[in-house]
Design a binder for this molecule. Structure first.
Ligand code: NAD
Length: 433
């Protein structure tokens, strides 16, 4: 089949490339000229393991094309995927659908014949109906919901081996076409799940809100563990071994961040408010997660005995999770400016390089390797669990000065830290002083 992905970001680029890899011809469109230029030079604009090779292979095989010309791409394609962003509106919980609706208008304006429009962007319940309203000749289009569940850092694998493919429509014809599109994945065991359009739209928000709830729950239990001398990892294991609960998303850490959970939990509350439903659980998850960021700062005060002034604080990893360069809603974006405001001296290292978000901040320096970043550190904060932080050379790091380690990901065992005589603080476990 010939497909057009509108929006070549994390979702559009990964799914477009992977669709090409299972044999479809894919036109990836973006309004960002630089992004398209880079892609046509064989450079991926994002860091995602395994993606670069797939882009190159499929581009060479002429199954994958990158363009800014939406009209041409649309008219070469049978199915059009909307993959643009759906952020929260400024200072509001509600979802900004303007990018999606703009694309709907463009599809309507440029399409010369019948098209299937598939919404892959995460959109509020009823957005499919709204998209239809923005299409001039409604009869020419079939609008389907196909929410995306890929995780950054594991996105290629998640596309190839999805837990489920969710299709929302009221038309049996739509299900047939979409089943055909995904057949290579269904043949490998992916579950093909169909529901109506609004149902599919809600499945995505409900899934993300549930996962955010699970994380927030164990984070609050970790607070309790810290006060009661219990190791939260035992609780995660003891709870997670119950098949009804499951161990995933049950590891305590910093607050959740990233491009989806913060915006989708808020989005779901706003969808519910419009329907006059009080989603009190999701609301308290949002509140607890915000509170947690302040709690982490308070703990740094406690570690230093109140004052962070002139303390050299190093962040190892600043992205919201490993194996991605995505900085959206990373906890470091909150912590670093707060520490700087209180006159700490911050440096950071991240395997995906320097971040534009910190470039203009005074006393916040990027280093291109761990040792340089950690030289003379008073406190090292393990912010993101990249593999390369799991076996740090502590004797090399402490050559110049003794440091304290604050491990937000519980990467190290208490026994090892005790043995190495490192002053160590982690999440939901006892301190080593
Ligand atoms: P992104 O910001 O990385 O990409 C969006 C792209 O759309 C950008 O490159 C932008 O230039 C482009 N764009 C915007 N308007 C356009 C237009 N009119 N024409 C052409 N291109 C246009 O966003 P993302 O992370 O890929 O997310 C996209 C959607 O997928 C969101 O709704 C998000 O919630 C959802 N989603 C994201 C993830 C994830 O892990 N990132 C996972 C599942 C679902």
């Amino acid at each position: 089949m010939n497909l057009c992905m509108i929006g070549t970001g994390y979702v559009g680029l990964v799914s477009g490339t992977c669709f090409a890899d299972i044999g479809h011809t894919v036109y990836c469109v973006d309004k960002d000229i630089n992004k398209i230029k880079r892609l046509n030079l064989g450079q991926s604009p994002i860091f995602e393991p395994g993606l670069d090779e797939l882009i190159k292979e499929n581009y060479r095989s002429k199954r994958l094309f990158f363009t800014t010309n939406i009209s041409e791409a649309l008219n070469k394609s049978d199915i059009i995927f909307i993959c643009v962003g759906t952020p929260n509106k400024k200072n509001s919980l509600s979802v900004d659908l303007s990018y999606v609706l703009k694309v709907a208008k463009e599809i309507s304006k440029f399409s010369k014949n019948k098209k299937i429009i598939v919404t892959k962007s995460t959109v509020p319940v009823g957005s499919g109906d709204l998209i239809e309203k923005h299409l001039k000749n409604k009869k020419k289009f079939t609008v389907i919901s196909n929410p995306e569940f890929l995780r950054e850092g594991d996105a290629v694998r998640d596309f190839r081996y999805p837990d489920r493919i969710v299709i929302g429509s009221n038309s049996p014809y739509a299900f047939k076409i979409m089943k055909n599109l995904y057949l290579p994945l269904i043949n490998k065991g992916a579950k093909f799940f169909t529901t109506n359009r609004k149902g599919a739209e809600l499945i995505k928000y409900a899934s993300n809100a549930f996962l955010a709830t699970k994380i927030t729950f164990i984070n609050e239990i970790a607070n309790l563990c810290e006060q009661t001398g219990i190791n939260v990892e035992d609780i995660s294991l003891g709870m997670g071994s119950d098949a009804r609960i499951g161990g995933r998303f049950l590891r305590a850490g910093p607050a959740y961040g990233g491009s989806c959970f913060p915006k989708d939990t808020k989005g779901l509350v706003s969808i519910a408010e419009k329907a006059k439903i009080d989603l009190s659980i999701v609301k308290s998850v949002i509140k607890s997660n915000e509170k947690r960021k302040f709690l982490l700062l308070k703990r740094i005060d406690y570690i230093f005995g109140k004052n962070v002034k002139n303390k050299r604080i190093v962040f190892l990893g600043v992205t919201f999770k490993p194996n991605t360069d995505d900085m959206r809603d990373a906890v470091s974006l909150f912590m670093i400016p707060h520490l700087l405001k209180r006159k700490a001296i911050v440096s950071y290292y991240d395997p995906t390089g320097e971040k534009k978000e910190f470039q203009k901040l005074n006393n916040c320096n990027f280093y291109s390797d761990v040792d340089k970043a950690c030289k003379n550190a008073d406190l090292i904060i393990l912010h993101t669990e990249w593999d390369e932080f799991k076996s740090l050379n502590f004797s090399k790091i402490s050559r110049n000065k003794k440091f304290i380690l604050y491990d937000l990901r519980n990467l190290y065992s208490l026994a090892e830290m005790k043995r190495k005589k490192i002053k160590y603080f982690s999440i939901g476990r006892s301190n080593i002083n």
